[in-house]
Design a protein around this ligand. Structure first.
Ligand code: NAI
Length: 262
């Protein structure tokens, strides 16, 4: 039962292939770095070609040799399906999916929410996660193994203040329950599905808010009194993707500097 080196091995993903959506920057790029450092071949996918190019270069500059990049919009289900087929055929398997691509929308009150705002946020943040899980999950189920990590949010658990973002909150709550639902279906077939729910993280999405007036309100509501760094979310993603998390499926791990305690 106890073997020397067993824990070092559990946290490795040598020989595995990981596909990360929204991998051009922020949390997705950090997750790619984490997984590559733990031994995986990584494929970053992003709809922003320039972010993708810069992100790939960053990973190469960090010393990672097996880094692929593809332009992909996760709302295009046909393209997501083709990406899953292509990379599974190219590398034999895609063992890890990080369904991370997401957007925020400026403060939008429910009573005046434009149709476009609602539809777009649900389309990227919930539908895009489902398409990614379905298309990559199908291959994993065929092989009988795989690990999927979705990126939810503490906004799927609480309603943020003072900004109004019913669309974002609803989408992220949907991601959490989608995660649990797929986990239950796919657990007997060897595929684990878990989620990380970040608090405010210093990326392009929340960085200016954290440093602005609204950030003072956010940090006042945060026991640790600070925002998170994207690498602090990448560590959780890495854990969930490895055999160290072999007993976890359907879990939503909250990493929020304590925000949801209060
Ligand atoms: P970010 O804005 O730095 O990065 C998001 C990436 O996703 C960008 O490179 C963007 O081009 C890409 N993307 C957006 N829509 C896409 C689409 N349709 N198809 C493919 N790629 C697309 O944001 P960040 O902070 O790294 O966010 C990553 C995930 O973490 C998102 O799902 C976000 O909702 C979630 N999150 C972020 C928090 C934060 O405070 N930064 C808090 C809680 C959750």
């Amino acid at each position: 039962m106890l073997e020397a080196g067993m824990y070092q091995e559990k946290y490795r993903v040598d020989g595995k292939t990981a596909f990360i959506t929204g991998g051009g920057r922020g949390i997705g790029l950090c997750a790619a770095h984490a997984l590559a450092e733990a031994g995986a071949r990584v494929i970053i996918a992003d709809r922003d070609a320039e972010a993708l190019r810069a992100g790939r270069q960053t990973l190469i500059d960090l010393g990672h040799r097996s880094v692929e990049a593809m332009v992909l919009d996760v709302t295009n289900v046909g393209d997501v399906g083709r990406a899953a087929d292509t990379w599974n055929a190219t590398f034999g398997s895609v063992d890890i999916l990080v369904a991370n691509a997401g957007i925020a929308w400026p403060d939008t009150g429910g009573e005046e929410m434009p149709d476009e705002a609602w539809r777009t946020v649900i389309d990227v943040n919930l539908n895009g996660v489902f398409w990614s899980c379905r298309e990559f999950g199908r291959h994993m189920l065929g092989r009988g193994h795989g690990a999927i990590v979705t990126v939810g949010s503490m906004s799927g658990l609480i309603s943020n203040r003072p900004q109004r973002q019913a669309h974002y909150n609803a989408a992220k709550a949907g991601v959490h329950h989608l995660t649990r639902s797929l986990a239950a279906e796919w657990a007997p077939r060897g595929v684990r599905v878990n989620s990380v729910a970040p608090g405010y993280i210093d990326t392009a999405m929340s960085g200016s808010g954290l440093r602005g007036e609204i950030g003072k309100l956010w940090l006042n509501d945060t026991p640790m009194q600070r925002g998170g760094r994207p690498d602090e979310i990448a560590s959780v993603i890495l854990f969930l993707a490895t055999d160290a998390a072999s007993l976890l499926t359907g879990s939503v791990i909250v990493a929020d500097a304590g925000f949801t305690i209060w």
